[in-house]
Design a protein around this ligand. Structure first.
Ligand code: 1BN
Ligand code: ZN
Length: 341
């Protein structure tokens, strides 16, 4: 699709979408339908009707609830095994190209962890591709919770929210094949790290994946990591490693979010680096990758929300408006990428 035509479609889609909601505000509301009928004006000024690609925050929310229903997804636990099986089956509903990468990695505690990274591929033959990441495991101890420091974290936000948004993208991608190739990667073993130790004790699944990408000659133009993307009043700032390795992608995502009316989540402010999964994708796999992560040191003393690594990271912290802001921004990113390199 020509770029000019796409811009017109995106612009009119947004106008039609906001008018349909009858709330002329910068926070578009969404009903339970996941498609919206739009007017499209093509380059010959002809008007067509079409269904737009609309991210369902309800569907993403349901996918968070489903993950939580297994309990904390701590590596080597029954809940972890069962949730991993569920995620694989769910992705197989949307693409035949699901790759499961099992590994045994060593935690800083000396424990051997059985983990699985899960990769779902759409348009696997396309050379122009982008890749999205999230982690599906949860932290074995709520070490920032003074009342329950030894209990495991449920991880509604820290883990499940990013996965849920990618599962919703999978549903949309299956219904509306994009021009480009898209990969979704669910990392395991992200949150078994040593809070007082080295950052490499975290992100064990992404480190393994980046050193052993399970697709020969794998290439992606860029990557986007989602981590803690579901909390009420989330604030996504321009994180340091993202700005070092992929500043143009940060700019593209933040500008898109502002255009769609989500500027109150995507803050135009640079923050210090956070050594999350994207650090290892950048340095080991050499895929320029950004992190969309709820972190603002001017608002919270620890940077992350007060629910971070506590028992308060449960369903009550999740807000569908935040899921919509991130999900709809990513839908626009995917469908405005042209197949041409
Ligand atoms: C992000 C969410 N991370 C863990 N849960 C990675 C991280 C670990 C970020 C330690 C900062 C410090
Ligand atoms: Zn965490």
């Amino acid at each position: 699709m020509a770029n000019q035509q796409l811009k017109i479609i995106v612009g009119i889609t947004l106008v039609a979408y906001i008018s349909a909601c009858n709330t002329p505000t910068s926070k578009p509301k969404q009903n339970n339908q996941d498609t919206v009928v739009n007017l499209i004006v093509d380059t010959n000024h002809q008007v067509h009707l079409s269904q737009s690609l609309s991210f369902s925050a309800d569907s993403a929310f349901a996918m968070i609830e489903k993950q939580l229903s297994f309990g904390p997804r701590v590596p080597n636990s029954k809940a972890h095994l069962a949730c991993g099986d569920f995620l694989i089956e769910r992705l197989k509903q949307f693409t035949p190209d699901v790759i499961v990468q099992p590994a045994t990695v060593m935690a800083y505690t000396g424990e051997s962890l059985k983990i699985r990274n899960i990769m779902a591929r759409f348009n696997k033959e396309k050379t122009n591709r982008i890749v999205f990441f999230a982690h599906w495991d949860t932290r074995p101890f709520a070490d920032r919770d003074p009342a329950h420091p030894k209990k495991p974290v449920l991880g509604a936000d820290d883990g499940a929210s990013g996965v849920a948004i990618l599962l919703e993208l999978a549903r949309i991608l299956a219904l509306n094949p994009p021009e480009i190739g898209v990969d979704l990667v669910l990392f395991d073993g992200e949150d078994y790290g040593d809070a007082g130790g080295k950052p490499e004790t975290y992100c064990l699944g992404s480190q393994y994946w980046a050193k052993n990408i399970p697709v020969p000659g794998y290439y992606a133009k860029y990557g986007i990591l989602l981590d803690m993307v579901g909390a009420r009043n989330a604030r996504f700032c321009k994180e340091g490693w993202s700005m070092k390795f992929a500043p143009t992608i940060v700019d593209k995502v933040w500008t898109t979010a502002h255009t769609l009316g989500f500027g109150h989540y995507f803050i135009m402010k640079k923050i210090d680096p956070i050594t999350d999964d994207h650090y290892f994708v950048n340095t080991l796999a050499k895929i320029p990758t950004i992190d969309i992560i709820n972190h603002d040191p001017d608002i919270h003393p620890a940077g992350f929300g007060s629910h971070w690594h506590t028992l308060n990271d449960n369903i009550d912290i999740i807000d569908k408006n935040t899921l919509l802001a991130v999900g709809q921004t990513l839908v626009h990113i995917i469908y405005s990428e042209s197949a041409n390199m």
